[in-house]
Design a protein. Structure first.
Length: 232
């Protein structure tokens, strides 16, 4: 009796093609999982960045409010201002230094006697002290004279301010301050201009106190990270 050989047209089985299909499906599944993981990480990083921004805004805003509250009755007398960038600006040159000199005038010493201990007391409050990475004393000149000679003068002046401010504080505060307070002479690199675009030679001669927080540094790191990723 002859064996019957039956072929099913168009339905030839191929075990290799089935295993290849399963492999492709597996790889696709793995790719999807990796993509989902990457998207979740991006979302997590974005949420962390947003939290840092919120923390920075909250800290900065509250510190600005507290500084305003502390000094609101003195600013006009001192010819000083506070802006939302946490810059306290002493802008009466005749009170600060004699022209071309680095020694503090008696009136400026009187102002610092009142201002600086109270300033440090605000910054040392528990809600702020651990967030502060730098307290900058900045000296600025106008464009009169040479840039380099003005740089030397502004550096000498800020060093004089720093030394005098330190002399006002008890040793326990000086230990904390030494890791944070810096003197920065900036010559005429940050001029102040009038509305018509002309340099305000009077207001450009000034001393400023600025605060940088660790949240601000983290914002800088975020910006740098995004810039690097963009270049990639």
């Amino acid at each position: 009796m002859k064996k019957r050989h039956i072929e099913y047209e168009g339905r030839e089985e191929n075990a290799f093609s089935l295993s290849t299909g399963d492999l492709m499906a597996g790889l696709l599944f793995i790719f999807i999982l990796l993509l989902m993981g990457a998207l979740l990480q991006v979302q997590k990083n974005a949420e962390q960045d947003e939290e840092i921004v919120k923390k920075y805004d909250k800290t900065k805003t509250q510190l600005y409010i507290d500084l305003q509250k502390e000094f609101k009755d003195d600013l006009a007398t001192w010819r000083a201002t506070i802006d939302s960038s946490l810059c306290i600006r002493f802008q009466e040159p005749s009170m600060l230094f004699d022209e071309g000199k680095q020694e503090l005038k008696p009136r400026f010493k009187e102002i610092l006697n009142d201002f600086f201990p109270r300033y440090i007391a605000v910054l040392k409050r528990p809600e702020y002290r651990d967030n502060i990475v730098e307290i900058r004393i900045e000296g600025h000149t106008n464009s009169n004279g040479g840039y380099y000679s003005n740089m030397e003068l502004s550096q000498d002046r800020t060093r004089s301010v720093l030394q005098y401010c330190f002399s006002l504080m008890p040793p326990k505060d000086i230990i904390w301050m030494k890791s944070l307070v810096t003197a920065n002479g900036l010559s005429s690199s940050h001029l102040i201009y009038k509305k018509n675009g002309e340099e305000d030679k009077f207001l450009s001669r000034r001393v400023e106190f600025r605060v940088r927080t660790n949240a601000e540094k983290q914002l800088e790191d975020i910006a740098n990270k995004r810039l690097i990723n963009k270049k990639k």
